[in-house]
Each structure stands twice: as structure tokens, then as C-alpha cells.
Design a protein around this ligand. Structure first.
Ligand SMILES: [Zn+2]
Length: 154
């Protein structure tokens, strides 16, 4: 998930430290849990983290998280953070938001650089869509076409 400033963030509830599972942990284990949440947020894999990442602060805090049911073993290489998807944003949702934003941006570039300048760009998905729907601007007599640059032209 990203805020208006574009930096991704994770959600931590205000009563995080009051949660009995968290309250039972040592400070190091709490720090490990937070760092794993941040890592999982960065990696966008729905709370799946590597066993190696789980042991970055040693075996003891790692075992605390497992004992409290905050980490579930998937296999020898991977663990999943407890209830990650329930609290955080699913990878698919992040991906969809990103795509919506990207395609809105691409659409704006298409209007500005292609429709307004009457340049048909083969590499532009919106130009291709307009071509298929026989958009008016493509009938304009001043229309020029831009073909994708090949390696040898760069
Ligand atoms: Zn275009």
C-alpha cells in the first residue's frame, strides 16, 4: 500500500503492544516481529518470509515468535506471519492499485503525446485500442505514425 507521498507503509494497530501474543515477547522478539512485518510489506508476498530472515536476530527471538503463534512454518525455507493478509494489504490488491495508477498515467501520456500531437504510436496500448475502435483522431489528415525504435536505431 502507498500513501499520498508514494512511500509504502504497513499497518500497525494502536494496541499492537497490548496484544497478549506481543506482550509475551522479549523486546528483541518484538523488534524481530516488526522487522519481519516491514520486510513482508516490502516483498509483497502475503506475509511469507524466509527462515533466514526470521533468524536475523538469532534463534531465541525467532523461537518466541513461533511459540506465540506469530510465525507459521510453511517449509524449511519459509514461514508465514500470522494473520498477515487479514491485517495487511494483500499482494493482489497492491498490484491492482499499482496497475490502475499506471494505466491512468499511461492514458494521460497517450492523450498528451499521441492524440494532441496526432502521432500514432505502435508501442502504445491506448493507440492500439483507439485503432481498433476507429477513433476519430486517427482519421485526421495530419496524422503521423511512430514505429518503435529498434536496437540498431538507438
Ligand atoms: Zn498512444
Amino acid at each position: 500500500m502507498t500513501d499520498k507521498d508514494g512511500r509504502p507503509y504497513i499497518k500497525i494497530s494502536l494496541d499492537y503492544l497490548d496484544n497478549p501474543k506481543i506482550d509475551a515477547l522479549s523486546d528483541t522478539a518484538i523488534l524481530l516481529h516488526l522487522s519481519l512485518l516491514l520486510r513482508a510489506g516490502q516483498q509483497k508476498r502475503d506475509g511469507i518470509v524466509s527462515t533466514r530472515a526470521c533468524k536475523t536476530r538469532g534463534d531465541k527471538p525467532f523461537k518466541e515468535l513461533v511459540t506465540q503463534g506469530l510465525l507459521h512454518k510453511i517449509d524449511n525455507m519459509t514461514y508465514q506471519l500470522h494473520d498477515y493478509v487479514k491485517h495487511q494489504t494483500e499482494a493482489q490488491v497492491i498490484k491492482n492499485k499499482h496497475e490502475v495508477r499506471q494505466s491512468a498515467g499511461a492514458r494521460g501520456g497517450h492523450v498528451k503525446n499521441h492524440i494532441n500531437r496526432l502521432i500514432y504510436d505502435e508501442a502504445c496500448q491506448h493507440c492500439n485500442n483507439d485503432f481498433e475502435t476507429k477513433a476519430d483522431w486517427l482519421q485526421h489528415p495530419d496524422l503521423t505514425a511512430k514505429t518503435p525504435k529498434h536496437e540498431w536505431q538507438k
